[in-house]
Design a protein around this ligand. Structure first.
Ligand SMILES: [Zn+2]
Length: 104
């Protein structure tokens, strides 16, 4: 699978605002098998979502909700954000990136 990079790379706090991948996912992209790459793409596109963003309502994938651990979730590959009392749950990758910019 070709890289989903759209040439709008802007990494803030461990996540790329262009393609929505974490820097860990970007760094490991070339060595991932196509199945795993597709899983990541489906998470980013919302095709495999299991929840919704607490702020914008966009579909998101939460590994914890899916039975995994927080360490396995993409969000733990980014810089921890200050707790947002207005958001009662996880944020999508785009909102997460916005907050990384706001708190940078
Ligand atoms: Zn959102």
């Amino acid at each position: 699978m070709p890289s989903p990079c759209i040439g709008a790379c802007r990494a803030v706090g461990g996540i790329c605002l262009g393609c929505g991948r974490t820097l860990t996912e970007i760094a490991n992209w070339g060595s991932r098998d196509p199945v795993r790459q597709q899983v990541i793409m489906d998470e980013i596109s919302g095709a495999s979502s299991n929840g919704h963003c607490a702020r914008c309502g966009a579909p998101l994938t939460c590994t914890v909700s899916a039975g995994g651990t927080i360490e396995q979730c993409w969000c733990s590959q980014t810089r921890p954000l200050p707790f947002d009392p207005a958001a009662s749950g996880c944020l999508c990758r785009r909102c997460h990136g916005d907050d990384q910019v706001a708190s940078a």
